[in-house]
Design a protein around this ligand. Structure first.
Ligand SMILES: Cc1cc2nc3c(=O)[nH]c(=O)nc-3n(C[C@H](O)[C@H](O)[C@H](O)COP(=O)(O)O)c2cc1C
Ligand code: SF4
Ligand code: SF4
Length: 249
């Protein structure tokens, strides 16, 4: 089974590639998380978890869902993490999670994809994004080959910097930066409700034809990057920046 979480489509694309190549079932964690569903997940002989990297680890929302969900078949588990540049020591935390869940850890692979974090950084324009995806294709093929051959992924880099970013910096990042209070919608908002439908935490409600953000945001960037009217801003940080989502490529 291939499980994926995504904000802007990079991880879904790779999960779909892996599912097609392996002939395995694909399951969206976004749907499960949005529905508050924690019923046990029956996996076949292998489990592949595809996620973005948030602050040098898998997203906290994914970690929490995995922790609360039973995998009664207890199976070999590979992690595939998309990122803008680096995953730090995410592998160490993925291995610990597998120990906790009694899953057999088969490694973590890093795949550099277009950056989507426009609340902090810049996303690439479409042409540059296409080139980044083209560069990632051989890495995706290597991931598929290793899983097909039932081989563990090679170890990822794990130096002092990586341990620092995935260790103390990760919780500091969540405390100080992961907030929805800077989101606003401008007058070009059509009230279509797409942002509310896409939000994995149901943090957006449409009131009087406009989105209103609550306090349960995981900074997935789905609302701001996938608004068809580009009506959403994140304070001044997103002003003038290209919106990124995979399907638009
Ligand atoms: C909240 C947040 C934190 C991020 N942290 C990292 C990071 O630590 N390292 C990195 O290389 N990219 C980071 N990124 C970039 C994403 O991991 C990357 O663009 C990913 O491919 C997005 O996947 P998606 O399209 O499936 O949502 C971050 C993005 C977001 C939204
Ligand atoms: S997706 Fe954009 S246009 Fe649609 S309701 Fe949300 S902010 Fe408005
Ligand atoms: S409010 Fe926007 S950024 Fe926050 S979790 Fe929902 S869709 Fe993602």
């Amino acid at each position: 089974m291939i499980l994926y979480f995504t904000g802007t489509g990079n991880s879904r694309y790779i999960a779909e590639r892996i599912a097609v190549a392996l002939g395995d079932e694909l399951l969206s964690m976004n749907d499960r998380i949005k529905a508050g569903a924690h019923s046990p997940v029956e996996t076949d002989e292998r489990l592949v978890i595809v996620t973005p990297t948030y602050a040098w680890r898998i997203p906290r929302i994914v970690r929490d869902w995995l922790t609360e969900t039973d995998f009664p078949c207890g199976t070999q588990t590979w992690f595939v993490m998309t990122c803008g540049s680096e995953i730090g020591n995410a592998a160490g935390y993925n291995q610990a999670l597998c120990r906790e869940k009694q899953l057999t850890y088969m490694g973590t692979a890093q795949i550099v994809m277009p950056e989507n974090y426009i609340a902090m950084f810049n996303a690439p324009q479409a042409e540059e994004a296409r080139q980044i995806v083209a560069k990632a294709e051989p890495d995706i093929d290597r991931v598929i080959s290793a899983i097909t051959a039932n081989q563990a992924f090679p170890p990822t880099r794990n130096n002092l910097y990586d341990r620092f970013m995935s260790g103390p910096v990760n919780p500091i990042f969540y405390s100080f930066f992961v907030k929805a209070n800077a989101f606003t919608a401008s007058d070009v908002c059509t009230g279509c409700g797409q942002c509310a439908r896409l939000c994995p935490t149901n943090n957006i409600t449409i009131q009087n034809g406009k989105p209103v953000w609550g306090g349960d945001c995981t900074h997935c960037m789905a609302c701001i990057c996938r608004c068809p009217a580009e009506a959403i801003e994140y304070g001044k940080r997103s002003l003038g920046k290209p919106r990124y989502h995979f399907e638009a490529l």
